[in-house]
Design a protein around this ligand. Structure first.
Ligand code: ZN
Ligand code: ZN
Length: 347
């Protein structure tokens, strides 16, 4: 068996594999070296490219070239084009599933944006929030949520060729996107028992927060896709977006807690004023105004959440469109020989 006489980093752990045989395992993580060099594209005895394979850098056909060589057109290492972690060499069925998931997530984002637009238009027509508008808004929200569920499940599907795909983030994303079901079930069950308004207050935010956080967890699963397509810029944008979404959620929760403190203070003040009026005492003595610091914090955190939310939405749209384009390119530049071998292997 031929010995690897060029620099090659393990696909799973990044350890150097120079001097090893192709049939060996990685000395650091014990994964097969055949996972780092795609065996279906390579003559294992001579370590040359044995299939029609376009160069990752320029599209030149690398067939018959040695893995240790550089591309004659753009001098990118030939071996970089036979690594199975490269996105265009990924399982075509998986690429299609992720791409369809992305399209559904984009559809959901547009559906969610349509709701405030509908409200604005109805307000402008001075119809206000009538039952018909409410019904249409609820139908759009439900359709968007169903699309988001299928989208998140598609985007977080496991790549059969990768052992290091983020499975925890995938499981979290799927649970979060389904969390409104739990909230709805809770509201329905407790409604038939006794009127407990606090249950609606507690479960209501799950309906919006769960799917929003599911998009963030889905982005954690998408980030390796950008890396595998040699798009570090998009991977960085994804990291920024995830951080921004987490900050928005934290600030939003903070704003909700602060405003509930403020409303509790308000009702105390109103009760105190009523008591003072009943006892015909001077109101100024017993009328505590809501804390000015808290009311300022409520206003600031509410505004901050709204601004961050719009920012997240716009960046998410841009990122999703970029991933969509990237997967489209990967699918169209997938080597045809590889496609037929994968199709038969996955039967
Ligand atoms: Zn390794
Ligand atoms: Zn090239």
């Amino acid at each position: 068996m031929a010995v690897i006489d060029f620099d090659l980093a393990c696909v799973d752990c990044g350890a150097g594999l120079r001097g090893r045989a192709l049939a060996d395992a990685c000395p650091a993580c014990a994964s097969a070296i055949a996972r780092t060099i795609d065996p279906s594209l390579v003559d294992m005895g001579r370590l040359t490219v044995a299939a029609d394979l376009t160069c990752r850098g320029c599209g030149y056909n690398l067939r018959t070239l040695a893995l240790s060589a550089a591309c004659p057109e753009c001098s990118a290492p030939v071996v970089d084009s036979v690594r199975p972690d490269e996105l265009r060499l990924a399982n075509p069925t998986w690429l299609k599933t992720v791409n369809r998931g992305l399209a559904l997530m984009l559809a959901a984002l547009f559906a969610f944006a349509a709701i405030p637009v509908l409200m604005f238009v109805m307000n402008a027509l001075s119809r206000g929030f009538d039952p018909f508008t409410a019904l249409v808004a609820a139908a759009i929200a439900f359709a968007g949520w169903v699309a988001l569920c299928f989208g998140v499940f598609g985007v977080t599907s496991r790549d059969p060729s990768q052992s290091t795909s983020p499975r925890t983030a995938a499981a979290v994303a799927r649970l979060l996107v389904l969390s409104p079901l739990v909230a709805f079930a809770g509201i329905m069950i407790t409604r038939s028992m006794a009127p407990r308004p606090w249950i609606g207050v507690a479960l209501g935010p799950i309906v919006t927060l769960g799917p929003a956080l599911a998009i963030g967890a889905g982005l954690v699963c998408l980030r390796p896709v950008a890396r595998r397509a040699q798009r570090p810029g998009l991977a960085r944008l994804t990291t920024v977006l995830i951080a921004l979404m987490a900050s928005t959620a934290a600030l939003g929760i903070g704003a909700a807690v602060l405003s509930s403190i403020m409303s509790a203070q308000m009702s105390t003040a109103i009760a105190a004023r009523a008591a003072a009026a009943a006892a015909s005492q001077p109101a100024a003595v017993v009328f505590p105004m809501p804390n000015r610091l808290i009311s300022t914090a409520v206003a600031l955190s509410g505004c901050g959440t709204a601004i961050l939310f719009v920012g997240c939405y716009i960046i998410a749209l841009v990122a999703f469109f970029k991933y969509h384009a990237l997967l489209q390119t990967a699918m169209s530049s997938s080597p045809s020989q590889r496609q037929s071998s994968v199709a038969t292997a996955s039967e």
